[in-house]
Design a protein around this ligand. Structure first.
Ligand SMILES: Nc1ncnc2c1ncn2[C@@H]1O[C@H](COP(=O)(O)OP(=O)(O)OP(=O)(O)O)[C@@H](O)[C@H]1O
Length: 268
């Protein structure tokens, strides 16, 4: 059965203690994500998108409110929530295979033998099209390939949720488009629940079931949520002239540049 409230964020607040005093980053965040849903978080730089993702990852604790995943309170990192960051964070002295194997071993090592763990690793690399590069070290492959290893590593743990913080932010436009398409295919195949931070309006519309638009900080909160009712599978070329696609795009752009406009100096 698909859980309609797979992830629940209930009145979450985040206040940081800084040298200059207390900084109220997030205010009264309320959000539910259904199982298998693809949700993106979008908002201007510094509004708190990563802060919210880190709370979902369990890397930090909310100062008030509650965050729940699959019926349990989030109280730390867990393999049930796979995280992919912009800077892929691979171990440079290990091959792509071993970078993924390490994660697989951590999650399944107690129950499965070496052959099974190797098979899981190979499957995850195949899913992102990196079978041929399995033996290479991170410095021998491109930025896009490194990012794919990061995604393979997260997927290999069979997480209930994939949390992605601008996973394609550092890539050129073509590689980015290619990886977005791959992610759509993988998510369709695995049925993963995804929460992803992005700055890119087109990326948000192309990938999302819902786009969560955040107001500017301090004390940022959810300003608006757009439900993207575009049928799947989605084809970026066909969508380029789709009136509904353009309508969603306009809705997000209006939110970001009219309702939450940032003065040029602040945005720099
Ligand atoms: N550990 C911390 N201590 C103090 N302030 C923090 C900390 N982490 C984040 N902040 C502040 O909280 C606010 C939100 O930061 P966050 O990184 O979540 O924004 P963001 O929307 O992800 O930004 P960007 O799009 O530029 O990555 C910022 O003002 C940031 O300076």
């Amino acid at each position: 059965m698909v859980a309609k409230k797979f992830i629940e964020v209930l009145g979450a607040e985040m206040v940081f203690d800084t040298r200059k005093g207390r900084f109220h980053a997030l205010r009264n965040i309320n959000l539910t994500v259904a199982q298998g849903e693809f949700v993106t978080l979008i908002g201007h730089s510094g509004c708190g998108k990563s802060t919210l993702l880190n709370l979902l990852a369990g890397l930090t604790r909310a100062t008030a409110g509650a965050l729940i995943c699959a019926g349990r309170e989030i109280d730390g990192p867990s393999p049930e929530r796979g995280v992919v960051f912009q800077n892929h964070s691979l171990l440079p002295w290990l091959s792509c295979f071993d970078n993924v194997y390490l994660a697989v071993e951590r999650v399944f090592g107690a129950r499965e033998d070496r052959d099974q763990l190797r098979e899981r690793t190979a499957n995850a690399l195949a899913m992102v099209g990196l079978t041929a590069a399995a033996g290479k070290r991170p410095y021998e492959i491109s930025g896009g390939m490194k990012q794919r290893v990061g995604i393979a590593r997260a997927l290999s743990m069979e997480p209930k949720v994939l949390l992605m913080d601008e996973p394609f932010g550092a890539l050129d436009a073509l590689t980015r488009a290619h990886l977005q398409d791959e992610l759509l295919r993988i998510v369709a195949q695995t049925g993963s629940t995804v929460v992803m931070v992005t700055h890119d309006v087109d990326e948000a519309v192309l990938l999302s079931d819902r786009i969560v638009m955040m107001t500017n900080g301090p004390a940022a909160t959810i300003g608006e949520i757009a439900e993207v009712r575009l049928p799947r599978p989605r084809d970026r070329v066909a969508l380029a002239h789709d009136p509904l696609y353009m309508e969603y795009r306009k809705q997000v752009l209006e939110f970001l540049y009219h309702r939450q406009a940032v003065p040029a100096k602040a945005a720099a």
